[in-house]
Design a protein around this ligand. Structure first.
Ligand code: ADP
Ligand code: MG
Length: 246
């Protein structure tokens, strides 16, 4: 039909031929569906330039209907395997094209639910504005990833704050971040404040490996603080401090 070939031209659908001719939705098409819904829900009025392309998501500047700047996190879980599949058409006969998008949507939904649970907390996290499919709309966090910070006057104070946040997350919200790295902590130099982001992989403290994953988080984070800021805290102590005696 006319619409199908138009969408194909815009690369929102992909035409493929095998035993029969078919079309499969691309990420661009899935984005358009989600953005259209966010527009109709009066959450996103327009999309601007890309802020960054992560491993698991793309971050875009956008505006809401009051012309405030907002941020879109477009989940790309499964994108790598999607590229693989493009090269091997035969796999498209299955439900793979559907599953790729449901993986991205699932991850996005998971992140949204975790952040929703934390909205009323005093934890410094992004403020949610809405979600559809694999896209989360949130406020813009002023700050840069800790890994890019060149001057940190009081690194120990920042680390202590991260530990306090992890403790609140653990006891008050029964969660372990599970990817608490120098990439997912944004630092605002003016305010000397931090914001914790990127929650799709957060796990419940009921998970049998929760404490091990908490230890892994701090192992990694302490490596960063040791190598970059020359402070050497003990991982065992901090895990005990956060978890408490069981
Ligand atoms: N709300 C936000 N405000 C400003 N920058 C953001 C925001 N959310 C994400 N970013 C930037 O985009 C990067 C990727 O986002 P993140 O949530 O960590 O996704 P992922 O690591 O899964 O790709 C972050 O490291 C940060 O620099
Ligand atoms: Mg990240």
């Amino acid at each position: 039909s006319f619409i199908v070939s138009k969408l194909n031209k815009k690369k929102m659908l992909r035409r493929w031929t095998g035993q029969f001719v078919g079309y499969t939705l691309t990420f661009a098409g899935f984005d358009a569906l989600a953005l259209n819904t966010l527009y109709n829900k009066k959450i996103v009025a327009g999309v601007g330039r890309a802020k960054g392309v992560g491993k698991e998501s793309d971050i875009y500047h956008a505006i809401d209907f009051e012309e405030n700047e907002i941020m879109l996190k477009i989940n790309r879980t499964g994108r790598a395997s999607f590229q693989q599949v493009k090269k091997r058409r035969d796999l498209l006969k299955g439900k793979f094209h559907y599953n790729v998008f449901s993986l991205a949507e699932l991850s996005s939904k998971r992140e949204y639910e975790v952040l929703l649970k934390l909205q009323e907390s005093k934890l410094p996290i992004p403020k949610l504005l809405g979600r559809n499919r694999h896209i989360i709309a949130m406020n813009v966090i002023e700050g840069i990833e800790l890994v890019k910070v060149q001057n940190l006057k009081k690194p120990l104070k920042i680390l202590e704050r991260v530990i306090e946040y992890a403790k609140i997350l653990y006891h008050k919200y029964d969660l372990v971040h599970a990817d608490l790295t120098e990439y997912n902590i944004l630092y605002n130099e003016k305010k000397d404040s931090i914001t914790i982001i990127d929650f799709p992989q957060a796990i419940s403290t009921d998970h049998p490996d929760a404490d091990l994953i908490l230890e892994r988080d701090f192992n990694h984070l302490f490596d960063y603080f040791r190598n970059k800021w020359f402070i050497s805290p003990e991982v065992e102590d901090v895990v005990e401090y956060i978890v408490g005696k069981k």
